[in-house]
Ligand binder design. Structure first.
Ligand code: NIG
Ligand code: FE
Length: 416
């Protein structure tokens, strides 16, 4: 019963389509004044103008929600996070405040390695309950689907543990957030493999990819392709093997230096290339031509005091741009959707309409789910957010403040 829902009198605002929107398509939103959405058993069965009275009593089996004076948008898709981890790195943050760089901390054994140490000490229940806490917070900001990565184990047992935590959270009844899992075994070189990074890549290819695939523990495979972490050649080798195992491909690309990660993503037909702070002109063109979703993470640029990715130029070059938070314990300890939107508008010169598409349909496409989520259309999941205004322009105006008053997941209402 609770997954049957009628929302009426809403101002419905949504991108339209079942695949990523590129270039100028990103600013085209459908707006329906006095709109109704019908959700039956969790799936959208009607979208359009209000339909008048329910003369045949059909809707007695539906919950009713009067959204007069409010905008209804698709649920947000946060398509790049690292929300399953142990410990915290506030001390490292203060070192950065004193001028140390993210990479220099990593080079002297801190950074990702320090979260790896803490995560290896966690058991399943502790890790799960910490991760569950993040999902609840995300839901209050309107997130209905999140991508989560492993990459804080870097050994067989702990990588699988992170992925199992996500599977367990995803198998919960009446969950508020769907989870798409990504295997990021190539997040950093574990100390056991110091000086032997090619051998570590061999280990991931030989042992981990088959284990993760056979256990159906992740849909995507990702790599931190960066100077001093994994090279273009190593990333290509790993991702090619992952592709052969049936994984969808993602890359942490051109985050700190311009290494050619965007070009590699295009060459391999990756689903997305993420970060892209230093993506080259050729890389941007290659992503547009190959249909790679450019996933931009402005909170990370903000937190690292790095230049923002060239979102405006990417859209003008015909890329499909997605926005995500990159929530993680190091470079960006924030899952703030409101701040992501404000930064994208203010510093990456994206329009409000483009940020909405980037956080809904294009985020869905970055997870190969644009056929199921990301817009308010018949046949898609009943995942929505209700804003505290009928004017969606409040989204970037609320800088870092939440204007979502209700998250609706599969037709279930979760007041904020
Ligand atoms: O997306 N750049 C690599 N990975 C994460 C940071 C991970 C960490 O610092 O713990 C990122 O920024
Ligand atoms: Fe990341």
């Amino acid at each position: 019963m609770s997954e049957n829902l009628i929302i009426f009198n809403a101002r419905i605002v949504t991108p339209i389509g079942f695949s990523a929107r590129k270039g100028e398509e990103m600013s085209q939103l459908q707006v329906i004044e006095n709109g109704t959405v019908e959700v039956t058993k969790g799936i959208i069965t009607y979208v359009g103008e209000n339909r008048g009275e329910d003369r045949d009593g059909y809707y007695q089996h539906y919950w009713h929600y009067n959204a007069r004076g409010h905008c209804l948008l698709p649920g947000f898709v946060d398509s790049h996070t690292h929300f399953v981890f142990g410990g915290e790195r506030s001390e490292e943050f203060s070192w950065r405040l004193n001028g140390e760089s993210y990479m220099s901390i990593m080079e002297r054994g801190g950074g990702i390695a320090s979260t790896v140490k803490a995560t290896r000490q966690m058991n399943f229940l502790k890790l799960r309950s910490a991760a569950e806490g993040f999902l609840k917070r995300m839901s209050t900001m309107g997130v209905t689907t999140v991508e989560g990565k492993s990459g804080y184990g870097l050994d067989r047992e702990t990588e699988l543990l992170q992925l199992k935590v996500m599977r367990s959270l995803n198998n919960t009844e009446h969950k508020r957030v769907d989870i798409v899992s990504t295997f990021l075994g190539a997040h950093a070189l574990p100390e056991e493999y110091a000086g032997r990074s090619d051998e570590y890549i061999d280990f991931l290819i030989r042992e981990m990819l088959p284990l993760v695939r056979d256990g159906e523990l992740a849909e995507c495979c990702d790599v931190f392709c960066e100077q001093g972490v994994f090279s273009i050649e190593q990333s290509r080798r790993l991702l090619q093997a992952a592709k052969e195992h049936g994984f969808l491909l993602k890359l942490h690309a051109d985050e700190i230096v311009s290494l050619g990660g965007a070009e590699l993503a295009a060459e391999l037909g990756a689903l997305s290339a993420d970060h892209l702070l230093h993506a080259s002109d050729a890389g941007i063109r290659a992503m547009a031509d190959a249909g790679v979703v450019a996933t931009l993470l402005p909170l990370t640029a903000f937190a690292l005091k790095e230049p923002y990715a060239r979102g405006r130029e990417m859209i003008d070059s015909g890329c499909a741009v997605a926005l995500a938070t990159d929530l993680n314990p190091g470079s960006c300890f924030s899952g703030s959707i409101p701040l992501t939107i404000a930064l994208a508008c203010i510093y990456m010169k994206m329009s409000i309409e483009e940020t909405i598409t980037a956080l809904t349909l294009n985020g869905a496409a970055a997870l190969q789910r644009a056929d199921r989520i990301g817009s308010i259309e018949v046949g898609k999941q009943g995942d929505f957010i209700v804003l505290n205004s009928n004017n969606y322009h409040i989204l970037p105006y609320y800088i870092g403040m939440n204007c979502v008053i209700m998250t609706i997941k599969g037709g279930m209402l979760y007041p904020v």
